[in-house]
Design a protein around this ligand. Structure first.
Ligand SMILES: Cc1cc2nc3c(=O)[nH]c(=O)nc-3n(C[C@H](O)[C@H](O)[C@H](O)COP(=O)(O)OP(=O)(O)OC[C@H]3O[C@@H](n4cnc5c(N)ncnc54)[C@H](O)[C@@H]3O)c2cc1C
Length: 478
C-alpha cells in the first residue's frame, strides 16, 4: 500500500521552479502554491504588473494534492444550511465550474478533466426529508435534479438525486499546467521559498524568506492556514476537519461521483480504474489516535486492502462560507473552503482579481472575511476556544503516548523529550516531538509516517521537515 495520494503518485515532479535567491520588488505577491495561489496566478496572466508566486515546498504540496478532486456544486446539504445565502453561493459555485472548464478548454490543459454527474444520497430512512429539502432548493434555483435508488455502480440507497454539469479532474496536473501557461518575464514562480515574516509599511509590505526580501504592494495569502492572524480571530472562526482517503483498484471504472448526507461521511469517485473513497471525518483537535481512526475508515468502507491510503484536512468555517477578501489595506486572504476548495479557490481567484483592480464583485460581502457571523458565532466561539485549549493540553498529555506497539519510542536526549522512529532498514529518525509553531505535542501518524500537530495541523516527515500546515520551521533534534 502506498501512503501518498494518488495525485502525488501520478504526476511528473521533475521540473521544479528554482527557489528565490535575490531580493525582488513586485506589485502582487501570492504566498502559497495550492489551488488558491495557482488559480489566482492564472487570473493575472495578462496583467502588466510584476507578480510573484512563492511556495514553501512544491506546487500543490498542501491540501490541494490530497483531495478527492471533484468539481461540483452538490456539496452535501450546504444549501439547506445556508438559508437566504444559498442562491448566491450556488451561483458562485456554478460560475467557478464554468470558469475552470473554460480555462481547461481554452488552454488545452491535460488534467484528466471529465464530466461526472454528482449524486447525493442517504441509506437511512430518517434522512429522506433532508435529501428532499436539498433537492427542492436546487430545483427552485432552476437546477435539473433527478431521483435515483441505485448508484451507477449498483449500490442501492434509500433515496437520492443527481445533478449534471459537474466534473472530476487531476488537481496536480491542473495546477502545474495553469502555472506553466501564466509564467513570463514579469510573472515568476519560486518553489522551496518560505515566507517567514511580513512587515507592514505605509504603502507596501516587506516579506522575508530565510535569505531574501520581497517588497510588494499587494499580498495574497493563499497559504491555507492563516493561524498567525490573531487580530482577526482566525483561530476562533475556523476549525480543522481531517479525513482519510483510500484508493482501491477495481475491474471497472465509472464517471459519476457521490456523497452521502449522513455520518459517517462516505464520498466516492473513480480515477482510472481506482475507486477513491473519503471517510472517517473528524475534528482534528479532538482525535489523537490515528490507529483508531484508520480502523474506523476501514470499517466504514468495508475495505482493508487499499492500494493508496492518505489523509487530508481543510478549514471549516462557522457559517459554512469561505473567507475571501481584504484583511488589511492591501492584504487579501482566501481560505475556509469547508472541503470544497477546488471550486471555491476559483471563486477566490476571480474575486481577488476584482478586489485588486477595484472592480465590483457580487460575492464581495458574502465571503468578506471580516463579516459578522450570525448568532451561531456566540455558541461556536467558546467551542472553538475550548477545542484550541483542549487540543493544546491533550497534545501535551498524549505526546509520549504510543498508539502503536514499539515504534516510535519516546525518550530523553540532552534533557529534551524526543521521539525515535526506526524504519524498515533499522535507520533511526529522531525528532523533538514538539511543534515549532506554538509548542503543541506531536502525534505520530503511522499510515503516512508523519508527525501531526493536533492543534493547528502542521505536519512533519520522519526527519522533521514541515510538509504541511502553518509551521514556518522544521523540527530536528540537533
Ligand atoms: C478529505 C478532503 C477531500 C477533499 N475533496 C475535495 C473535492 O473533492 N473537491 C473540492 O472542491 N475540494 C476538496 N477538498 C478541499 C480542498 O482540498 C482544499 O480546500 C484546497 O485544496 C485548499 O487549497 P489551498 O490552495 O487553499 O491550500 P493548499 O493546497 O494547502 O495550499 C497552500 C500552500 O501554501 C504553502 N505555504 C504555506 N505557508 C507558506 C509560507 N509561509 N510560505 C510559502 N508557502 C506557504 C503550502 O506549502 C501549500 O502548498 C477536500 C478536502 C479534504 C480534507
Amino acid at each position: 500500500m502506498k501512503n501518498i495520494s494518488i495525485w502525488q503518485d501520478t504526476v511528473n515532479n521533475e521540473d521544479m521552479y528554482d527557489a528565490l535567491d535575490k531580493d525582488i520588488d513586485v506589485d502582487i505577491l501570492i504566498i502559497g502554491g495550492g489551488v488558491t495561489g495557482c488559480n489566482t496566478f492564472y487570473q493575472f496572466k495578462d496583467d502588466k504588473r510584476k507578480i510573484a508566486l512563492v511556495e514553501k515546498n512544491f506546487l500543490g504540496s498542501g491540501a490541494s494534492s490530497r483531495s478527492s478532486a471533484k468539481l461540483t456544486f452538490l456539496q452535501e446539504d450546504i444549501y439547506t444550511k445556508l438559508n437566504d445565502k444559498a442562491y448566491l453561493y450556488y451561483r458562485s459555485q456554478k460560475e467557478a465550474i464554468d470558469v475552470i472548464s473554460d480555462i481547461i478548454n481554452k488552454e488545452n490543459i491535460d488534467c484528466d478533466f471529465k464530466n461526472s454527474k454528482s449524486y447525493l444520497y442517504t441509506i437511512n430512512s430518517n434522512n429522506i426529508d433532508r435529501i428532499d429539502k436539498e433537492k427542492e432548493i436546487l430545483s427552485s434555483f432552476g437546477e435539473k435534479t433527478t431521483s435515483f435508488k441505485k448508484l451507477p455502480n449498483g449500490m442501492r440507497v434509500e433515496t437520492g438525486f443527481y445533478v449534471n454539469n459537474t466534473y472530476i479532474f487531476h488537481p496536480l496536473k491542473y495546477i502545474k499546467e495553469i502555472v506553466k501557461k501564466s509564467i513570463n518575464d514579469d510573472h515568476k514562480v519560486y518553489e522551496n521559498t518560505k515566507i517567514i515574516r511580513i512587515e507592514k509599511y505605509d504603502n507596501y509590505y516587506k516579506c522575508y524568506t530565510e535569505n531574501n526580501v520581497i517588497t510588494t504592494k499587494y499580498i495574497v495569502l493563499a497559504l491555507h492556514y492563516p493561524y498567525f492572524l490573531f487580530p482577526y480571530l482566525m483561530p476562533l472562526k475556523v476549525y480543522l476537519e481531517k479525513s482519510f482517503l483510500g484508493c482501491i483498484k477495481k475491474d471497472k471504472s465509472f464517471d459519476f461521483n457521490a456523497i452521502n448526507i449522513e455520518k459517517p461521511l462516505k464520498s466516492i469517485r473513480y480515477y482510472n480504474n481506482y475507486l477513491l473513497i473519503v471517510s472517517a471525518s473528524h475534528n482534528l483537535s479532538f482525535s489523537f489516535n490515528n490507529k483508531k481512526i484508520v480502523k474506523e475508515f476501514m470499517d466504514n468502507t468495508n475495505i482493508n486492502n487499499y492500494n493508496y491510503l492518505w489523509s487530508n484536512y481543510d478549514l471549516i468555517t462557522l457559517d459554512h462560507l469561505p473567507l475571501i477578501g481584504f484583511i488589511d489595506r492591501n492584504m487579501i486572504i482566501a481560505t475556509g473552503y469547508n472541503t470544497w476548495g477546488n471550486t471555491n479557490s476559483v471563486v477566490a481567484s476571480t474575486l481577488i482579481k476584482d478586489l485588486i483592480n477595484h472592480k465590483t464583485n457580487i460575492y464581495k460581502e458574502l465571503f468578506n472575511p471580516k463579516r459578522c457571523f450570525s448568532k451561531q458565532k456566540f455558541i461556536n466561539y467558546p467551542i472553538n476556544i475550548f477545542s484550541s485549549a483542549y487540543s493544546f493540553i491533550s497534545s501535551k498529555v498524549n505526546k509520549n503516548k504510543s498508539f502503536y506497539e514499539d515504534n516510535p519510542k519516546f525518550t530523553k536526549l540532552n534533557g529534551k523529550s524526543v521521539a525515535i522512529y526506526k524504519d524498515e532498514k533499522s535507520i533511526e529518525h529522531i525528532i523533538y516531538n514538539k511543534c515549532p509553531h506554538l509548542g503543541c505535542g506531536l502525534i505520530f501518524n503511522e499510515v503516512e509516517k508523519t508527525w501531526d500537530c493536533p492543534c493547528h495541523g502542521s505536519r512533519f516527515n520522519l526527519d522533521g521537515k514541515c510538509i504541511m500546515g502553518p509551521s514556518n520551521y522544521d523540527i530536528g533534534y540537533k
